[in-house]
Design a protein around this ligand. Sequence first.
Ligand code: SSV
Length: 143
Amino acid sequence: MKVYEYPHIVGFEETNLVGNVYYVNHLKWQGRCREMFLRDHAPTVLTELSQGLALATVRVSCEYFVELYAFDTIAIRMHLKELTQNRVTMFFEYWRLANGNEELIARGEQQVACMKREGEQIVPTPVPPALKEALQPYADLRI
Ligand code: SSV
């Protein structure tokens, strides 16, 4: 199984009054990670998003183990947890990278539902073939 990695260096804007990273940022990084995945591996899905496809986020979670600080170098690693007719569930691990060491900071999960806009309505639609194809190598079980 492959994992998709989004690297990041924590900035001051992401920290709170006492210097550690404010919890909402971990969720933003999940968002960054998934959009960069589309950019790198399924760019046609980005076009579809401007043509009626909607990827609706229906669930997001994060479990926090260790605090992060400004200038920490981290990697958000994503893989596919489940794929159904019209839903994709992703799993995330947040690692801090420091002098050759890797420390698990947090874990997260999210699910998106594929929908399409039909006039006023928004209705479920199958996962776009280009996305299914791109997800294949990142599945933790064969799909
Ligand atoms: C504008 C908007 O609604 C964007 C939604 C983006 C959703 C991206 C979903 C990407 C899923 C990638 C899964 C990769 C698993 C290895």
